[in-house]
Design a protein around this ligand. Structure first.
Ligand SMILES: [Zn+2]
Length: 120
């Protein structure tokens, strides 16, 4: 299952970014997920909960930022977004297009309990 290996790498990133004794304070891990990253957020969430249970990260949960699929047309310089991975320009019908976003999959932020306390 693809999401399981992604969940594992997110777990690895958290372990690398947060000191061992603060792992239990991790509450939110923000993840950027592009429409066409090939990952189903719900399924990723489920896998993450499964492998982080019984670990210091049991209280951590994933929060997703969904990035739409966006394409730029090199012919008319217009950009357009869609949910179906359509790469033909709807304005001029050009096929010389470049994908701007929608394939992201990255951890952008890790929020700890004590950091939240400081902010509040
Ligand atoms: Zn165009």
């Amino acid at each position: 299952m693809h999401e399981l290996s992604v969940a594992q790498s997110i777990l690895d990133i958290v372990h690398q970014s947060v000191p061992q004794d603060e792992l239990a304070d991790v509450r939110i891990v923000r993840v950027k997920v592009g429409t066409f990253s090939g990952v189903v957020a719900d399924s990723l969430d489920f896998c993450f909960s499964a492998i982080s249970a019984e670990t210091p990260l049991a209280k951590a949960r994933l929060e997703f930022e969904h990035i739409p699929f966006a394409v730029e047309c090199r012919q008319c310089q217009k950009t357009f977004e869609n949910d179906i991975g359509f790469v033909v320009c709807p304005v001029c019908g050009g096929v010389d297009t470049a994908v701007l976003s929608g394939r992201e999959l990255q951890v952008t932020e890790i929020e700890l309990e004590n950091e939240k306390d400081k902010i509040a």
